[in-house]
Design a binder for this molecule. Structure first.
Ligand code: MF3
Ligand code: CO
Length: 252
């Protein structure tokens, strides 16, 4: 069942998503060679407290495992759900930072991938294409269209650029729960899937690899990495569907 949100609920979700966006913006400024991913997690927690919100991911249970941190930090070949640690970021790395909060009973969820100092041309192109795929996918979010229209646009954008789309993880509806229906694959056929309606709020999150689309899990049970160890990028926005089309709640 896809829950439809009222304008009042969407306004609360906008505030939750704005908190996420502000914190991601702060974190971006702190990403320089020498900082650890656990430093970033601590900054995210501190800022969340100051904004009277609670971190969404800490304590989240998936397949019987409890996520231990507030932020997901996924470096280079790590696709999503990297766990903050004492790992030091180096010039040339790319890092996906994925963050969510709960605020007045509603979730906000967003992610960006950024370079640490100067990065390779390929890494820059990967990040540009992944973000472009998200932007073009979001433009499909009009009442009466179908979810497959978005999935298809994301997949085409990525594959036309010579990159691949991860299948094992998908976007999701979002609201009073972090993960609501529908699941939102980043691949598929236009004209298929649920019809889009005003009041749906969706977290769209393409994961894009420079190499093959296959991923595997590290022994920590969370960190997804590319099987061929190619680079991966991840971008996410929480978006409401309105009468006038997509309203990106997590854009500053
Ligand atoms: N944005 C990710 C998602 O929607 C973050 C979840 S991390 C977890 O799946 F720890 F909460 F699982
Ligand atoms: Co998400």
């Amino acid at each position: 069942m896809i829950f439809i949100k009222s304008p009042r609920e969407i306004e609360i979700m906008r505030r939750a998503s704005q908190i996420v966006a502000e914190i991601l913006g702060e974190l971006k400024r702190k990403i320089v060679p020498g900082i650890t991913t656990l430093d970033l997690d601590a900054i995210a927690e501190e800022l969340t407290r100051k904004k009277n919100a609670r971190p969404a991911f800490k304590g989240y249970t998936m397949a019987g495992r409890v996520y231990p941190c507030s932020l997901c930090t996924s470096v280079n070949e790590e696709v999503v759900h990297g766990i903050p640690s004492n790992r030091v970021l180096n010039e040339g790395d790319i890092i996906g930072i994925d963050f969510g909060v709960i605020y007045e009973g509603f979730y906000g969820d967003a992610a960006v991938t950024v370079g640490v100092g100067q990065v390779s041309d390929e890494a820059r192109r990967l990040m540009r294409v992944a973000e472009e795929a998200l932007t073009l996918g979001i433009e499909e979010l009009h009442e009466g269209k179908r979810l497959g229209d978005l999935s298809s646009v994301i997949q085409k954008t990525v594959e036309t650029a010579g990159f691949s789309v991860v299948r094992e993880f998908v976007g999701h509806g979002i609201g009073k729960m972090l993960h609501e229906e529908p699941p939102i694959p980043n691949y598929g056929d236009s004209g298929h899937g649920p019809r889009l309606m005003e009041g749906m709020v969706l977290a769209i999150e393409p994961m894009v690899n420079t190499g093959g689309c296959e991923v595997e899990l590290r022994d920590d049970g969370w960190t997804a990495i590319t099987k061929d160890r190619s680079l991966a990028a991840h971008f996410e926005h929480s978006v409401a569907i309105t009468k006038n089309g997509p309203y990106v709640l997590s854009k500053l």
